[in-house]
Design a protein around this ligand. Sequence first.
Ligand code: DAT
Ligand code: MG
Length: 139
Amino acid sequence: MAGNRTFTMIKPDAVKAGHIGAILEKINAAGFRIVAMKMTQLTKQKAGEFYAVHKERPFYGELVEFMSSGPIVAAILEKDNAVADFRELIGATNPAEAKPGTIRALYAKSVGENAIHGSDSDENAAIECAFHFAGTETF
Ligand code: DAT
Ligand code: MG
């Protein structure tokens, strides 16, 4: 399985703006298979745990507030080279630097409210998938 799964969240800004359908369309068109998916809202506690690696960064409090501010769509995606190919599809963290046509270039508002998450390594993908989904919710 190593190397073929990544974890994503459509973030509260993009859900609020009505972009779930358009973003899922791009994900499908890029050849990813959805193997788990749910709409949910993170508690502050869960958002804080998910982004614990950024605890010391100045934007951590803002990030936790934002990620728990409304519903998200969490999913596990499968494709060869899933982690790297999905980072390419979503674009740079700061939408002002994201390549045209990427999900963040199209739908992100700012570096803080940037529409979508994508895992940054196979190791973190596995941790993030297990953080959000039970084995029985993954197909
Ligand atoms: P990415 O989501 O592209 O992996 P990251 O892991 O460096 O980026 O940061 C996680 C999230 O934290 C990012 O999606 C949005 C927020 N963030 C990052 N840098 C920020 C900054 N300079 N100001 C505000 N929020 C930031
Ligand atoms: Mg990251």
